[in-house]
Design a protein around this ligand. Structure first.
Ligand code: ZN
Length: 239
């Protein structure tokens, strides 16, 4: 039984190492995903700003066309003024001309506002582009680092797995099955030490009789609370 316990402890140490490596790779991959998502966000912001600029430009072109048309109408009216017959007609054309000029002034002001808006949007695009450039650079660096890490892990893992196989072969199939089943259910911890009469898996006291049995090391004993396989560990061994 002592040999079985020692095999299982070795097996568990290997399994915990594998699980740590897997978690590290997953964490790095998640980091890359979040950086990629942030990059996409900034690129979408640039697209949105570009659309806004296009809309402003369109509005500006329309206003400039209207300005020109109005200018033509104003000139026409001024020509007409030379040949009017009545004062009423004269006043009416004069008013139309004034109204046209007023409207054009408003149009010119709006065009200036639009141009300012476009400039501000372009500045924002520049800022977003700079962020994108930095993000892309960091992303490339992160990907390279993770690829290196992953290939190191993969090489290490295959060595570890070979070692694991030899440890797993050292115990009976039924014991291995029991170990695997507890490990799956109990957060990767199937075999735990007992120190000072306390199970180090669930930190509950174990009954004195069970503790005495455990000291004999002649059979497999599970914790009555968390059902993990227990082994006796002296205080010095723990150090
Ligand atoms: Zn327990």
């Amino acid at each position: 039984m002592k040999a079985n316990i020692s095999h299982l402890r070795e097996l568990q140490a290997i399994d915990q190492k594998i699980s740590t490596l897997d978690k590290e790779i997953a964490a790095s991959a998640a980091e890359i995903d979040s950086r990629r998502a942030s990059l996409v966000g900034h690129k979408e912001a640039i697209d949105l700003l570009t659309e806004k600029i296009a809309a402003c430009e369109q509005q500006r072109r329309e206003l400039e066309a209207e300005l020109e048309d109005e200018q033509v109408r104003i000139k026409d009216r001024q020509a007409k003024l030379m040949n009017v017959q009545t004062n009423r007609e004269y006043q009416s054309i004069l008013k139309e001309t004034e109204d046209g000029k007023k409207t054009n002034t408003q149009r010119e002001e709006t065009v200036v506002q639009l141009m300012e808006q476009i400039e501000a949007l372009k500045t924002k695009i520049e800022e977003e582009s700079k962020i994108c450039e930095e993000d892309e650079k960091m992303l490339a660096e992160d990907i390279a680092a993770v690829e290196k890490k992953t290939s190191q892990f993969t090489a290490e893992k295959s060595k570890i797995l070979k070692n694991r196989e030899s440890k797993a072969n050292a115990v009976t199939a039924s014991l291995l099955k029991k170990y695997t089943s507890i490990r799956d259910k109990r957060n990767g911890l199937a075999i735990v030490p007992v120190t000072g009469g306390v199970c180090r898996g669930c930190f509950m006291n174990i009954p004195p009789q069970l503790y005495n049995d455990l000291m004999k090391e002649d059979k497999l004993i599970s914790c009555p609370t968390c059902h993990r396989i227990m082994f006796h560990q002296t205080e010095t061994e723990e150090e």
